[in-house]
Design a protein around this ligand. Structure first.
Ligand code: SF4
Ligand code: SF4
Length: 147
C-alpha cells in the first residue's frame, strides 16, 4: 500500500481539530505520527507517515486543505555544504526528523541524509546559504559548467 511522508502546519484555529481521527475514520488512512509540536491556541506542526490507497490519500489531503492545514509533501533532497557551514545550529530546530543535529561531543552540526525527508524547511533558516535543494544545486552546477 502506498506510503507518503508529510508535514502538516496548523493555524491556531485548526490545532484542536481531530484530524488524525478523521483521516483514519473517513479516509481509510493509517497515520503514523513521528513527531508533533502542538500547543492549544498556537500554531502547530506534525510530521507523519500516511499509508493508504491513492484515492484515499488524495481525499485525505483535500480534507486537510479544506480545513486550512498547510501540507508539505517532500519529494526532493537537500545538500549541506560543509565549507559554508559555521555550525551555528540555526537549521537544527527546523528539522523534525532530526536529519540535522548537533554532535554532543564536538558541538558541530551533522547531517544524516538517510533521515532527511526533504521538507526544505532548513534552507531559509541558514544565514550562510550552506544548504541547497539538490535540484537547485544541479541547476546551478549546470549553468556554471556551461560558462
Ligand atoms: S530538508 Fe532540511 S529540515 Fe527537512 S528533513 Fe531534510 S535536513 Fe531536515
Ligand atoms: S544554519 Fe547553516 S551555517 Fe548554521 S549550522 Fe545549519 S547549515 Fe550550518
Amino acid at each position: 500500500m502506498p506510503q507518503r511522508s508529510a508535514i502538516f502546519h496548523f493555524k491556531p484555529d485548526t490545532v484542536d481539530k481531530p484530524i488524525v481521527t478523521q483521516l483514519v475514520r473517513n479516509h481509510n488512512l493509517t497515520v503514523n505520527i513521528l513527531q508533533a509540536k502542538i500547543s492549544p491556541e498556537e500554531e502547530g506542526t506534525m510530521f507523519v507517515v500516511l499509508q493508504g490507497e491513492g484515492a484515499d490519500l488524495k481525499s485525505g489531503l483535500e480534507y486537510l486543505e479544506g480545513l486550512g492545514v498547510t501540507v508539505i509533501l517532500p519529494n526532493k533532497n537537500v545538500v549541506l555544504f560543509e565549507e559554508r557551514c559555521t555550525h551555528c545550529g540555526a537549521c537544527v530546530g527546523q528539522c523534525l526528523p532530526k536529519a540535522l543535529s548537533v554532535d554532543p561531543d564536538t558541538r558541530r552540526v551533522q547531517f544524516d541524509s538517510a533521515l532527511c525527508i526533504a521538507c526544505e524547511l532548513c534552507i531559509p533558516a541558514c544565514p550562510f546559504g550552506a544548504i541547497e535543494s539538490v535540484t537547485e544545486h544541479l541547476a546551478r552546477s549546470g549553468q556554471e559548467s556551461r560558462k
